[in-house]
Design a protein around this ligand. Structure first.
Ligand code: G3P
Length: 217
């Protein structure tokens, strides 16, 4: 399973990249605003800064909600850097724009996906990635992980190549469960990645190894 980090924070992106396990980055307008990145020029520059840190795909979201606007914005974003993936909302014009970009070999990520039917449409439109938001489903007492399982089942039935990018991942158990279910990618906060390192027996074992080494030296 690929690991993407879901942030626009350059320090956190660098930390994950330095671990050597990062496969890409996802952003959205809310994550940009959280880092204080506002104004079109600053946002575009920030995407380039992110691309210069990581080796993999970097999702950059359009803010237009009409087909022409999405195409105009998406083409400008794609020009920024070869690692940019155009992130499009799961609405009718977003699906139309997804088909437009996939026909032209430009990578896409269809976001704000909350149902298997929406994921099926994204795959039909040739999306590179589909982003089911599992945490936000959990927030409303609906099993987010079950959506990953349903999409996996549908995609495998027909050999769709669209990659399932589990989004709105909140913690380590989401990461592990996504891996068990065969999600192609997960995107989460840095804590959902570094949390995987933790086990008390690792810490106790290491402490003992080092103490025993010191006894003999
Ligand atoms: O990847 C989508 C993500 O940014 C949404 O996460 O935690 O706001 O539901 P969250």
């Amino acid at each position: 399973m690929k690991f993407f980090i879901d942030t626009a924070n350059l320090e956190q992106i660098k930390e994950a990249q330095d671990m050597g396990i990062l496969d890409g980055v996802t952003t959205n307008p809310s994550l940009m605003a959280k880092e204080g990145i506002t104004g079109t020029n600053n946002i575009l520059k920030h995407y380039v800064d992110i691309c210069n840190i990581v080796d993999g795909d970097v999702s950059a979201e359009v803010i237009s909600t009409d087909f022409d606007g999405m195409v105009r914005e998406g083409e400008a974003l794609a020009e920024l850097h070869e690692q940019i993936v155009i992130k499009l909302p799961m609405i009718k014009d977003g699906i139309k724009a997804c088909k437009y970009f996939s026909d032209r070999g430009i990578k896409t990520n269809v976001t704000l996906v909350f149902s298997p039917g929406q994921a099926l449409l994204a795959a039909k439109a040739g999306a590179t990635y589909v982003s089911p938001f599992i945490g936000r489903l959990d927030d409303i007492s609906t099993d987010g992980l079950n959506l990953i399982a349903e999409i996996r089942h549908i995609y495998d039935n027909y050999g769709f190549e669209t990659q399932i990018l589990a989004a709105s991942v909140r913690h380590t158990m989401h990461v592990i469960d996504c891996a068990k279910l065969g999600s192609d990618v997960m995107t989460g906060p840095l804590s959902s990645i570094t949390g995987l390192l933790k086990h008390p027996l690792t810490d106790i074992g290491l402490e003992k190894f080092l103490a025993d080494y010191k006894k003999g030296n």
